[in-house]
Write a protein that binds this ligand. Sequence first.
Ligand SMILES: [Fe+2]
Length: 240
Amino acid sequence: MVDIHCHILHGIDDGAENFDTSFEMAKLAVESGTTEIFATPHANIPDTECINTSATVSEKVNSFNEILVREGVPLKIYTGCEIFAAGDFIKLLKKGNLLTLNNSNYVLVEFDFFEHHASVFMKLEELLSEGYIPVVAHPERYAFIEEDENCINIIKNMGCLIQCNKGSVTGRFGHSAKFIAHEMLVREQVDFIASDAHSSRMRTPILTDAYQMVCELYNKDYADLLFDINPRKILNHEKI
Ligand SMILES: [Fe+2]
C-alpha cells in the first residue's frame, strides 16, 4: 500500500513528536503492509510558524530515508505537504516554496473546517487553472460537506480528487464523518484512503483495518484502487 497523507516527519508540525515516534511509525507502516509514504507535514497554516518550505521538507525526507536504509526498514518516504489553502499558497506553489506530491502536479490541500463552500470552490478552481490537480484532504470532516453533500459532486466535476481518512472510514472521527465517508464510498467518489497519521499510538499509519473494512463492505478491487493503485499513480506522475 501507498499512504499519501502522513505526518511522519518529526519537529516540523503537530505530527511525530520526536525521532523515535517517526521511526516507530515507519515500522508500524511496514508491519501493516505499507511500502511507500508521502510525508505531508502541514504547510502554510495562517498565523503560525508552520510554513514548511520545500527545502525544509526535502532535507528531512532525505535524511529519514538514509536512516531507513541504514536500519533495514523497507519503506521509502516521498516528499509532499498538506497545504492549507490560504493567502498566497498558489504563488508559493508556483515559486516552488511549497511542495506538490513527489513533485507531480497533484497537490494535497486542506481547508479551514468551517470554510464556506464558495471560498473552497474558488480556491480549487484557481489551483486547477494553474495546472495543478487538487487532492482534497478529508472532505468528510468539513462542515460545508456535512451541510450539503452535493458539494462533493461539484468538487469532483471540477476535476479534483478526494482523499478520505482511514479514521473516518472506521469511525474514529465520529458518526458524521463515518456516514459521509461511506456515502462517498458507495457513490465511488473517493480516490484515496490515507492514514493522516500523527503518531504511533493514537492516529497511527496502520491502514489494514480500513483496508479490510473496504474489502468486506465493498470489494477487494475497490480497496486496492484506493490504497494502492491510485496512490501509486501519483508516485509515477500518471493520470488518474
Ligand atoms: Fe493531515
